[in-house]
Ligand binder design. Sequence first.
Ligand SMILES: *Cc1c(COP(=O)(O)O)cnc(C)c1O
Length: 396
Amino acid sequence: MLSKRARALKPSPTLAISAKEKALKAKGLDIAGFGAGEPDFDTPQHIKQAAIDAINKNFTRYTPASGIDELKDAVIEKFKRDNDLSYKRDEVIISCGGKHALFNLFEALFEEGDEVLIPVPYWVSYPPMVELTGAKPVLVETDEKEEYQVTPSLLKRYITRNTKAIILNYPSNPVGSVYFKENLEAIGKIAVENNLYIISDEIYEKLTYDEYEHISIASMDNAFKERTIICHGVSKTYAMTGWRIGFAAGPSEIIKAMANIQSQSTSNPTSISQMAALAALTGPQDFITVMVDEFKKRRDYLIKELTSLEGITCYNPRGAFYVFPNFNAIIGKKYKDKTIDSSTTWTEVLLEDFLTAVVPGIEFGKEGYLRLSFATSMEVIKKGVDRIKKAVGELK
Ligand SMILES: *Cc1c(COP(=O)(O)O)cnc(C)c1O
């Protein structure tokens, strides 16, 4: 018999949908795929070269479990340069992806009896990862009118004696929402007053649009920094999802606990990938601007087209590479004999009848919405948008 923990766990729905999308494509079907949670760009050449050099120099053995010092120093330099944050080596860890850093962090902090605040819509992995530790995810409903930010009054309503932490993800997956300075300030103060940890997932930091500039909550006040763990990585910024390198920074006691967990489970992240990540963080950064400019064009197109549909609204993302349109206006309508009773049915119709892959909003805790990734070519986006328009037109 499998453990209770394993029995309760579902596979990641976003990874499942992109696997289905890839399988249908492999069968020769012309799928317009909006499922991917990864940049469609290739990893820049100088980063790939660093990995090739690492192999040729036989940098292929175990490294320290928490990562090599050179990469930790590059991460420290990144936080100094981008966020004006100072960390020491024992306050940073290199993990096998940002997801792994979060997993180890949750293992290090949470246990039965703890409550963890997760703003909705959330990244799919937060609730199951919290549950694996025995702690309880507490979902905090945010409002589109507030740009999906947790406001101080909202936050206070959910805090109990058992609340241990709040997870902030900005720019966010699935919405692309961010946090304004005044909200971060207020959240930080509430965290201090209530002795909460702040888990700050800043993996999309570099992917922002228009005049918005990312501010890390840890950089606003030393009292905030003392209780914040920043989770980050190279996957999204440098188109390196397959390399599996993430990192975290925070109080040394917590980082040490994460390192212990890592040393007893995965050991070090791949030596070769660590060298590639080092080249990514210390090399030329102009690739990011090129990628962000392209993402912006795609975002603008998607927002214009989707909101031209009657009754459909969509938050204009300030960061990341997703749009999260509100399709509640079509819920209850019929496609042929099928009633569209949920975002999941709508997703099925779009995939099976219109060869368009999207992710249902309910997977992020929000019924009636869809998530579309624009980390795919303009050609695919145009084709997919035309199909969605056609599908909406055929609803009765
Ligand atoms: C992609 C993602 C991560 C982590 O990705 P890794 O590939 O594991 O580094 C973490 N948080 C959010 C919100 C993400 O979208």
